[in-house]
Design a protein around this ligand. Structure first.
Ligand code: B12
Length: 149
């Protein structure tokens, strides 16, 4: 049924360029699919340019970025700046969410979250207690009518 997905249902899911962890992506893909989204999972270690080209091609409702190796605060900030600087308004304006282990100092990452928000992310979820709930809430806030209905 992939061809029937509306842009509001599509999500591009990726890690940051340095991150080779994959089970986080499997978890997030299943979670998002359960919530009614059609997910394009780009896999681990995705260069910034590939994420941006996927957004250009797929025109998703949101791009969800996962960081596990702790480099999310650096790689994610660079990625979202490039996304926001794109000449195509449909790419530059896409809803962007990042979460997971954003740094290497455990959960105390309020500063990193602020930096990532300033760089351009709409939602920075960090290592939250209930990732599934937090992600659903962040996406629902951006699409109040809900996509799974
Ligand atoms: C398996 C594993 C690996 C495997 C990965 C294999 C694979 N193909 O996936 C291998 C051996 C390759 C590996 C490599 C490395 N790893 Co590793 N790895 C792990 C391990 C044991 C499990 C990760 C996992 O699969 N978890 C299961 C998934 C489902 O959960 P998760 O990844 O934690 O994701 C959850 C949350 O983070 C969150 N989440 C993640 N993304 C997002 C996004 C959003 C939007 C939201 C809302 C939530 C969210 O939700 C997920 C589900 O709860 C963890 C330790 C641990 N017990 O967690 C270390 C760990 C993640 N690894 C770590 C490190 C340091 C590395 C290396 C740098 C080691 C090294 N020196 O080489 C490299 C990194 C390589 C790279 N380029 O990225 C550290 C990260 C430290 C940090 N961030 O502070 C950890 C935590 C181990 C540790 N305690 O030090 N690793």
């Amino acid at each position: 049924m992939a061809g029937l997905a509306t842009p509001r249902r599509r999500i591009v899911l990726s890690t940051v360029s340095s991150d080779s962890h994959t089970w986080n992506l499997v978890f997030l893909q299943l979670l998002l699919e359960e919530s009614g989204y059609q997910v394009t999972n780009l896999g681990p270690c995705v260069p910034d340019s590939e994420v941006i080209e996927a957004v250009r091609e797929i025109r998703p409702f949101a791009v969800v970025i996962s960081s596990v190796n702790g480099h999310g605060h650096l790689d994610g900030a660079r990625l979202v700046r490039a996304l926001r600087a794109d000449r195509d308004p449909g790419v530059a304006g896409v809803l962007a969410v990042i979460g997971g282990k954003l740094g290497i100092h455990g959960t105390g990452n309020a500063e990193l979250a602020a930096e990532l928000s300033a760089a351009g992310f709409d939602a920075v979820l960090g290592e939250v207690a209930e990732p599934a709930r937090a992600l659903r809430l962040a996406l629902d806030r951006a699409a109040p009518a809900g996509v799974a209905a």
